[in-house]
Design a protein around this ligand. Structure first.
Ligand code: ZN
Length: 251
């Protein structure tokens, strides 16, 4: 199976369009979405319309912003910009899109006996995986060899290696326009493909991945998009200008 993997689109329809265009000739059997379709960006309905249009081709988990922006939860832990965006998104989403976001499953979600997806961590959809320790908790929570997660918006891979009864976790930041990674047999992986709509690794380009489980090969891509149009859409919606500006910094 070949999987197209997207995470953290955050209502950035311009970034999503660029990724869709870039991936249009790449073979895929399934689309995996790791949560946060909305929140921050000015095009939440367009993003959710597209996810809904995928039908059974899509396997998805919700993110914390999907939960809050669809009114399932309070914005207690959000900063004021995220809260303002969540309120606007809740008012702006059409009834079908709202219902769809509310129906997304919490995760983790098993894709195959070898593969699982989640938003934050296999432990908790709201937990972040930045460190080897946090990755170790994730590896402990599920048996799958390969797990994809989002939430940090930083493309990264945590590799769990066992030799002579000793366990070691290596961290790798995944940067660059195009990167191919061969997953080694005997190792386990927690991989973040990066964020489509709000990258935070100082590279403003949209990020996505393709994973081929037959060859155990993972491809990561960075794609430029119409950033000024995405910025304008945020400003025209009356959302905080800081949400428009951060796109340009990839932060
Ligand atoms: Zn997010």
């Amino acid at each position: 199976m070949r999987y197209l993997i997207l995470s953290d689109i955050h209502g950035n329809v311009e970034a999503l369009d660029a990724v869709r265009h870039h991936a249009r000739r790449k073979r895929r059997d399934r689309v995996l979405f790791l949560g946060d379709a909305v929140g921050y960006g000015g095009g939440p309905n367009q993003v959710v319309d597209w996810l809904r249009s995928l039908g059974p081709e899509l396997l998805a988990v919700r993110g914390n912003h999907d939960r809050v922006c669809s009114g399932l939860d309070e914005a207690t832990y959000f900063n004021r910009y995220a809260r303002q965006a969540a309120e606007w998104t809740l008012e702006t989403l059409g009834p079908r899109n709202l219902e769809y976001l509310r129906s997304l499953s919490e995760g983790p979600l098993e894709v195959s006996p070898e593969l699982a997806i989640c938003h934050g961590s296999p432990v908790d959809e709201d937990a972040y995986i930045f460190s080897g320790y946090e990755a170790a908790l994730g590896f402990k929570a599920l048996p799958h060899r390969v797990m994809f997660f989002g939430h940090t918006h930083v493309p990264s891979a945590f590799v769990l290696r066992e030799s002579d009864g000793r366990r070691m976790i290596q961290v790798r930041l995944l940067s660059g326009r195009r990167l191919a990674l061969d997953l080694e047999p005997g190792c386990r992986y927690l991989v973040n493909p990066g964020s489509v709509g709000q990258p935070r690794d100082r590279d403003p380009r949209a990020a996505y991945a393709i994973y081929d489980d037959a060859s155990s090969r993972l491809y990561l891509y960075r794609v430029p998009y119409r950033l000024q149009a995405a910025r304008r859409r945020i400003l025209q919606a009356g959302l905080p200008p800081v949400l428009a500006d951060r796109l340009g910094f990839g932060a």
